[in-house]
Ligand binder design. Structure first.
Ligand code: MIG
Length: 691
């Protein structure tokens, strides 16, 4: 049951698509207090309540004990105390004796104190009095999430090629460097479907330009790559460079499509291109205009994009610069004490993403002037929307890959997300694991983290283990920052291990794509906490480093350096499959309970749930070459079972065709269990509980 409460005069965020009638009266379950010009909602939790949700947020799956500030933030240093990341997803579920979902639909700042100040007190603070609140009563946490997902509309659907392995790095400077990346993958039999183009491909970091020098004949190069089974995915940044005769700048200025200062002049922020203006994505016309620009690249054969810097991130503004200059000129190195010195440093560093700057510019929302900080959290989301809506026109029949850095619930209908600038830290691999279900709860299904870590120097074993999890995430992209140690799989020695681990991904694509598509089409989750599938198992609810993946699998990734295995909790009997490559595996039937399982650095453990089966195809060097006419089945059952696989051409949009559902059955014929399917089953590996 869902109740909607409208407070004041909210700005439409587009998060909820369902038409729900607002109810009057006090908000159920929550205590409401007015404070500091805003409102605080309180909820007294039971000791054993778990709080799920918040999408792209810090800490564990269970959000208890933390303080979270919803304010889209460029945060490349994601340490444990950080309160804000790139995306804002204000949905939580409190579950225990009862399950209550709470969605705060407010485009301005909101904070969640979930037992941080006082262990059982949940405290949600809004700076504004204009917002919409949804309170959802469900049978359990999973049911509450599903009800929520129903009202926010269907998640964005990525093309199937985007399930291939993708290589990125900030600093591929020209087409030869990209050719080299592709060549090295192919030479080493490391499958690959896409190479990313970071800001270096542009002409002076200008959106929708391609450097002539670096890419003399871009459409031809796109075609050449396509011939090798590779798609190029260029980045688009939020800020538009101020440069005379640059068409995007000239048009935007002339039509008034940029965000403005209070005096009506165009707001200026310095980012990669130097001084830029921010397109006003909240202005319908400006959004359409910016979206239409993607066509210049799709016309060159581009089929996917990533939107960056759209929190929006700023290095500094003219206002900030002024302040810093004053401070520097009055600073006396001879007489000033340490604290003054650190104040100076802090001021310089603090020029980036300054809260004052976010209060210094305005949007034009249907003719209404709205100060940015009041709608900050939907800025990036509307950049994704600009792209998504434009793709409907530019490419009505074919899917285009789109994912963004900043996001808000609602933008999950237009694109996926990646989780921004993590580091090559083992703790960030664990954070990636814990975050996946939370993202799914909020509608973000096509998502993933920078595999191997973006910042810092990776290590071979970290990349191997990260791939051991990354082979299961829809977005499987190795990305690293300029200046860090090279992180392509062929750069770290013994490339065969990398080729093998990525081959596992390719043989899993039919299953992963099937489960992803079903999750999209049924407003369901792809990654679930164990407790969602085993709600009465008290132990399962405390496990945060194991996940349910789709219908058949449980994952228990290894995320510690030098580990040769790990402890795993099985909520029921399961079949352990340890993959060494797509073709080399070992099996073991394990009883419910705790086990230590061994998995060397080049091995990936996967668990098949009881009564379930996993279809695998033969691996390939890219998705174009995947042969999905033949399958091998691994089944864990003593009885007849069925797995229905979703399959389509991966690019058109005929999702509702019933021919897209293909059964795989384990059937008893003359007393013996065997495989039956319209597909060719080349091999059945069947395990029963007594094996
Ligand atoms: O200020 O385009 O998160 O993926 O490589 C850094 C360069 C800007 C941040 C993105 C990262 C990308 C980088 N960008």
């Amino acid at each position: 049951m869902i109740k909607k409460y409208v407070f004041g005069n909210p700005i439409e965020t587009g998060a909820v698509t369902a038409d729900i009638e607002a109810c009057s009266g006090a908000v159920e379950f929550f205590n409401e207090i007015e404070a500091d010009g805003g409102i605080i909602f309180n909820y007294l939790m039971n000791d054993s309540d778990i709080v799920y949700g918040l999408g792209e947020a810090n800490r564990g799956m269970n959000k208890r004990g933390g303080f979270y500030r919803s304010f889209c933030t460029d945060e490349p240093n994601q340490t444990e105390e950080k309160q804000s990341f790139y995306g804002v997803h204000n949905f939580i579920v409190i579950t225990g004796m009862i399950s209550i979902g709470f969605f705060v639909d407010c485009p301005g700042e909101v904070s969640f104190d979930i037992g941080y100040t006082s262990s059982n007190m949940l405290n949600i603070r809004l700076k504004s009095k204009d917002f919409v609140l949804y309170v959802i009563e469900g049978k359990n946490a999973y049911d509450t999430v599903k009800q929520f997902r129903e009202i926010i509309g269907r998640s964005y659907i990525a093309p199937r090629w985007a399930f291939g392995y993708q290589q990125s790095r900030w600093s591929y400077m020209n087409e030869d460097e990209i050719r080299e990346v592709v060549k090295k993958h192919r030479e080493n039999n490391i499958p690959l479907d896409a190479v990313y183009m970071d800001i270096d491909y542009m002409e002076r970091y200008k959106d929708f330009t391609v450097s002539d020098e670096a890419f003399p004949d871009f459409p031809k190069f796109v075609g050449e790559m396509r011939e090798c089974g590779i798609r190029l995915v260029p980045i688009i940044d939020a800020g538009v460079k101020i440069e005379d005769n640059y068409d995007i700048y000239e048009e935007g200025k002339e039509k008034g499509y940029f965000c403005k200062r209070s005096d009506g002049s165009d707001f200026v922020a310095s980012v990669w291109p130097g001084k830029t203006h921010f397109p006003d994505f909240l202005n319908t016309e400006a959004r359409k205009w910016f979206g239409s620009k993607y066509k210049s690249l799709t016309d060159c054969g581009i089929e996917g994009f990533w939107n960056d810097m759209n929190e929006p991130a700023m290095f500094f503004t003219e206002e900030g610069e002024e302040k810093a200059k004053q401070l520097i000129s009055s600073f006396d190195f001879d007489t000033n004490r340490q604290d003054k010195f650190f104040e100076l440093g802090g001021t310089i560093m603090g020029l980036a993403n300054r809260s004052e700057d976010y209060r210094n510019f305005y949007h034009n929302i249907d003719g209404k002037k709205v100060r940015h900080d009041k709608v900050h959290n939907i800025y990036g989301a509307n950049m994704t929307r600009a792209a998504g809506e434009a793709f409907e026109e530019i490419s009505p029949d074919k899917r285009i890959l789109m994912f963004s850095r900043a996001s808000y619930i609602g933008s999950h209908r237009y694109g996926g997300i990646w989780t921004g600038d993590n580091q090559s830290w083992w703790s960030h691999l664990l954070m990636n694991i814990k975050m996946m279900p939370s993202l799914n709860m909020c509608g973000f299904l096509y998502s993933g983290a920078d595999i191997g870590g973006f910042g810092c120097n990776t290590t071979r074993d970290l990349l191997m283990r990260w791939l051991g999890f990354g082979i299961f995430t829809p977005l499987m992209r190795n990305h690293s920052a300029m200046g860090t140690r090279r992180q392509e799989c062929y750069s770290l020695g013994d490339t065969e291990d990398f080729a093998n681990i990525i081959s596992i991904r390719y043989s899993l694509i039919p299953y992963l794509y099937s489960e992803y598509m079903k999750a999209c089409l049924n407003n369901d989750m792809l990654f679930k906490p164990l407790s969602f599938e085993y709600p009465t198992d008290g132990f399962a609810s405390e496990i945060e480093d194991q996940l349910i993946l789709g219908e058949s699998l449980m994952l228990a990734p290894i995320y510690e350096q030098n580990a040769h295995g790990r402890y795993v909790y099985l909520p029921e009997d399961m079949l352990l499959v340890v993959f060494r490559s797509s073709a080399v595996r070992r099996y073991q039937v394990l009883k419910k309970g705790i086990h230590y399982i061994k998995a060397e650095i080049n091995e990936v453990p996967v668990f098949i749930r009881r009564g379930k089966l996993l279809p695998l195809c033969r691996t390939a060097q890219c998705t174009d070459e995947l042969d999905t006419s033949m399958f091998e089945l691994i089944a864990f059952t003593d009885d007849e079972i069925e797995y229905v696989m979703y399959e389509d051409d991966g690019i058109s949009k005929d999702y509702d065709n019933k021919n897209n559902y293909i059964p795989f059955q384990i059937k008893r014929v003359d007393g013996v269990l065997g495989a039956a399917s319209p597909k060719t089953v080349v091999k059945l590996s069947l395990f029963g509980q007594n094996d």
